[in-house]
Design a protein around this ligand. Structure first.
Ligand code: URP
Ligand code: ZN
Ligand code: ZN
Length: 467
């Protein structure tokens, strides 16, 4: 099947230009000015994209689909999570696979692929998260990179399944040797433990104190320590969900010294601040996530980090728990028991465009870089991330003027709230393509899923190349 998208404005990291785009089957086959006339006669469909951007589909490299966590599990499965992704213009996820106690990481990857079978509506890959780092598990790293195409490995410095510095050092050395990349949840657990004890003595257990228990320095210390281990091993590291100006400052200093430290942040850290935890009626629980929301100074610093390249990726950390039924399951009286996480996969692109590009905080080209092209490069998604011949036809025809008031009622995420309820955005997807199939479309006042569940494929990724 041939589709011609004509008269649009194509956005790449190199430029913004008028061009027509030709899709044959699952692949982009031509991009160029005024080429539609040469292809239209043989096309099954022509889309007039006048006034629209043609963007590469966004890639969300940080989701927790159906993850068992804190006595419950994240609510989106591969069907609802990828339908939500498609409707938000996200055409590829890199989801976390949390290794269970006693399990091998390769077994964990196979288990999670089986959860996606018959359900995924867009393509996906996996990052193994190493939670039981037995010596034989470190030995599996090479096989995961070479045979399974999963070259990135998350470890946590917090939660019951945290790793210590010794494990981090081993992993940094092993991933460097085989073309892998360690991803770190960087918070210092002893600072948090101490703050939890102090706050408990004072009877401070409402959601707001979740933020106070995890101060910015808890992130900065962990980032600093991880950088030290990265320097020691001459390896590289990627800090996930960076939230604070102090953590960013550690990264900037290290990068200036030539240490290969990369990072991502998320819309919640760019747009929401800790005053949200004070919302009445226990509403603050909606924002209980780790690391927590910070102050505006940190958000401003993170926007700058994106602009100047010290933060290379924007992900969502999509990890939804219903406000009524899950957030309040065990934690009504104690913030420490509220499941950590919030939804976000469906609102990623609209927020970054509206709050980033329209408000002049980042350029359109930078948006494409941090949502698609740079993300694909970071994670070895060689067929994704750019409107270029030869790449998968994962595309968003994007209407930059379409207004939308975000409300969970019109979203597809399987959860009863969005942290962005009532926020008006400017710019929404008009049509979304996943390997040449239209998977979502703007209809009247919301996005509608038009794809097929089960068509999304597991994508093997290339080893980390460094840049
Ligand atoms: O609060 C969060 N971030 N929940 C998901 C797990 C994680 O640490 O990424
Ligand atoms: Zn994390
Ligand atoms: Zn996460």
């Amino acid at each position: 099947m041939r589709i011609v998208i004509k008269n649009g404005t194509v956005v790449t990291t190199e430029g913004v230009f008028s061009a027509d785009v030709v899709i044959d089957g699952e692949t982009i086959t031509a991009v160029g000015a005024n080429i539609a006339k040469d292809y239209e006669k043989t096309a099954q469909e022509t889309v007039n994209a006048a006034g629209m951007y043609v963007l590469p589909g966004a890639i969300d490299p940080h989701t927790h689909i159906a993850m068992p966590f804190m006595g419950t599990s994240a609510q989106d499965d591969y069907k609802t999570g990828t339908i939500a992704a498609a409707c938000g213009g996200v055409t590829c996820l890199v989801d976390f696979e949390l290794q269970q106690k006693g399990e091998s990481i390769l077994g964990g990857i196979e288990r999670k692929i089986s959860w996606a079978e018959g359900k995924a509506a867009v393509d996906y890959s996996l990052h193994p998260a190493i939670m039981d780092p037995r010596p034989e598990i470190i030995d599996e790293v090479k096989k995961a990179i070479r045979d399974y195409g999963t070259p990135s490995f998350k470890v946590f410095f917090v939660y019951d399944f945290r790793v210590d510095d010794a494990v981090l050092i081993k992993l940094l050395a092993e991933t460097k040797e085989h073309g892998g990349l360690v991803q770190l949840h960087a918070e210092n657990p002893y600072i948090i433990q101490h703050m939890n004890e102090v706050l408990a003595k004072q009877g401070k257990l409402e959601p707001y104190y979740h933020a106070k228990s995890r101060p910015n320095i808890a992130e900065a210390e962990a980032v600093h320590r991880a950088i030290t281990m990265t320097e020691l091993t001459d390896s590289r590291i990627y800090i996930v969900h960076l939230s604070s100006m102090e953590g960013l400052a550690e990264i900037q200093t290290a990068r200036d010294r030539g240490i290969a430290v990369y990072s991502e942040t998320c819309p919640q850290y760019l747009l929401l601040n800790e005053d949200r935890y004070k919302e009445p009626d226990w509403n603050g629980a909606k924002y209980v996530m780790s690391p927590p929301l910070r102050t505006k100074e940190s958000s401003d610093a993170l926007w700058k980090g994106l602009r100047f390249g010290d933060v290379q990726v924007v992900s969502t950390d999509h990890c939804p728990f219903d406000f009524k039924g899950r957030k309040d399951m065990f934690g009504k009286e104690d913030y420490k028991k509220i499941p950590n996480g919030a939804p976000g996969v469906e609102t990623l692109l609209m927020l970054l465009h509206s709050e980033g590009v329209v408000k002049g905080r980042i350029s359109l080209r930078k948006m494409v870089d941090v949502l698609s092209t740079g993300t694909a490069r970071m994670f070895g998604l060689t067929k994704k991330g750019s409107v270029t011949p030869g790449k998968d036809a994962d595309l968003v025809v994007f209407n930059p003027n379409q207004k939308f008031v975000i409300t969970q009622k019109k979203l597809h995420q399987n959860v009863d709230y969005t942290p962005y309820e009532g926020m008006e955005v400017t710019g929404m997807p008009s049509k979304v393509y996943s390997r040449g199939l239209k998977v979502a479309e703007w209809k009247n006042d919301h996005m509608e899923f038009t794809g097929e569940t089960g068509r999304g494929r597991f994508v093997k990724r290339a080893p980390f190349e460094g840049f």
